[in-house]
Design a protein around this ligand. Structure first.
Ligand SMILES: Cc1cc2nc3c(=O)[nH]c(=O)nc-3n(C[C@H](O)[C@H](O)[C@H](O)COP(=O)(O)OP(=O)(O)OC[C@H]3O[C@@H](n4cnc5c(N)ncnc54)[C@H](O)[C@@H]3O)c2cc1C
Length: 418
């Protein structure tokens, strides 16, 4: 089908994760005709791109979407992948989202009256487009991976399913944010010698003063902080995910916990040269910075509880043991010697906009936008880090963002009609 001859909608949403479905919810509320285009199935990222043992790190009571909240028996538990998928499917039903599954968008470009989309099922045009295609479509792997000897198997969290999928022998996990610490712990429990390369990270306890740490973030208003009120928005958008895991036991998963199960800690991976992985020194500084930031945050929680008169509801303030610095730290590992059989790159994720033929992506591959209003009339985004609030990428963060972004979209449609 040639461009311009396909179907036409007022709005098109790209992606049927929770963000795209929330956009659909508010578009329907405003009676804006639209379609949600999804290359896979509803909740595709949770089905295809996560590992077996993963549970949400946000507690069940925080799994809420417009018109849907968790009402099961375990509000403080953490959903398995099957449960998240079911939850998002339920949301799609509740909002009767007009989803076209199995339809890949391969190009979006500006047209006279909006945008022209090329898809695996023909051309579609729309006056407005909401990009809800995800912030984590691809693993971000540093270029130094190319210098790793061929004998070492390299995996990303997208390839990793469970420890059984790895060869026996040592594993180097690079990156100590949520993904890295979770995979390092699971691999160590499988009996493999694990080394974890640690750079800047965000340490958090699972519970604080008897409550989930994310309860504190919510109650103290940290997650509601708006993008236009933050001192350093760029930094807030790049913050590493916290060292948290969702387990029925509500266990903490910081570097002390990993040290206790035998995970060896090394510094940031700085280079791979002549078959050797070279790590930065200065673990002590990296650890004390993370401890300092954690304690500062806990101090904010304490201040909030005192000022809000909530001290009686929670346990007494507590402080945690500083991160233990290993007596000796290795500054290099011979990757050719057989000690390391596998490297797991837990170095973050990035969006994929190769299909977006609108000049709105910066040199770092990020969309240029102001609170989800993309730098091209009628083009919007949802689900990106600190899009409008600190909670923007979280399931429970989408409701406020989606409402405001769709409000803007509706105003735009009215303005261009006049
Ligand atoms: C490992 C991990 C753990 C996380 N844990 C939590 C947690 O505990 N709690 C929490 O609240 N959040 C968590 N998040 C953050 C967030 O909730 C998820 O990333 C979530 O999947 C984001 O939803 P989304 O709708 O923005 O994007 P996605 O769920 O990624 O949905 C985007 C959809 O767009 C589709 N798509 C992409 N490109 C195209 C195209 N060209 N054409 C058609 N369709 C396309 C994809 O197939 C996908 O279905 C986690 C994220 C990761 C990566």
């Amino acid at each position: 089908m040639t461009p311009g001859t396909g179907e036409r909608f007022t709005a098109v949403v790209i992606g049927a994760g929770h963000a795209g479905l929330a956009a659909s919810y508010f578009l329907s509320q405003r009676s804006i005709d639209h379609v949600v285009l999804e290359r896979g199935e509803i909740a595709n990222s949770w089905r295809q791109e996560r590992w077996e043992s993963l549970r949400l790190l946000t507690p069940n009571w925080q799994s809420r979407l417009p018109g849907l909240r968790y009402e099961g028996p375990d509000p403080d538990g953490y959903m398995t992948m099957g449960e998240v998928t079911e939850f998002i499917e339920r949301f799609a039903k509740i909002c009767a989202a007009p989803v076209r599954a199995g339809l890949n968008v391969t190009s979006v470009r500006p047209a006279e009256d909006g945008y022209e989309l090329t898809t695996s099922q023909g051309a579609i045009s729309a006056r407005a487009v909401v990009i809800a295609s995800g912030a984590c479509n691809a693993p971000a792997v540093p270029a130094l991976a190319d210098a790793v000897p061929a004998a070492v198997r390299q995996l990303t969290p997208f390839d990793y399913r469970d420890p059984a999928g790895l060869p026996d022998g040592g594993v180097l996990v690079v990156g100590a944010s949520a993904t890295g610490v979770q995979l390092a712990a699971e691999l160590a429990r499988s009996g493999r010698p694990v080394t974890l390369s640690v750079g800047e990270h965000t340490r958090l306890p699972r519970t604080y003063r008897g409550r989930d740490v994310l309860w504190w973030m919510d109650a103290a208003g940290v997650w509601d902080q708006r993008y236009d009120e933050l001192e350093d928005l760029g930094r807030a958008r790049r913050l590493p995910s916290p060292q948290l895991v969702g387990t029925p036991e509500r266990t903490a998963l910081d570097l002390n916990a990993l040290g206790a199960v035998g995970v060896g800690l090394v510094g940031r991976l700085a280079a791979v040269r002549d078959g050797r992985a070279l790590f930065s020194g200065g673990l002590r500084n990296v650890f004390s910075l993370a401890d300092l930031k954690m304690n500062r945050l806990l101090g904010t929680f304490d201040d909030w509880a005192a000022q809000a008169g909530r001290d009686a509801e929670v346990d007494a303030p507590e402080r945690f043991e500083p991160t233990r610095v290993p007596e000796t730290t290795r500054l290099q590992l011979n990757l050719g010697g057989g000690e390391i059989q596998t490297i797991v790159w837990a170095t973050g994720f990035r969006p994929d906009y190769r299909w977006l033929d609108v000049p709105v992506v910066d040199a770092k591959g990020q969309l240029r936008h102001e609170g989800g209003v993309v730098d091209s009339p009628g083009l919007y985004a949802l689900g990106l880090p600190v899009l409008r609030r600190r909670k923007s990428t979280f399931i429970y963060g989408i409701e406020d963002d989606a409402r405001e972004v769709v409000d803007h979209l509706a105003r735009y449609l009215t303005a261009v009609r006049m």
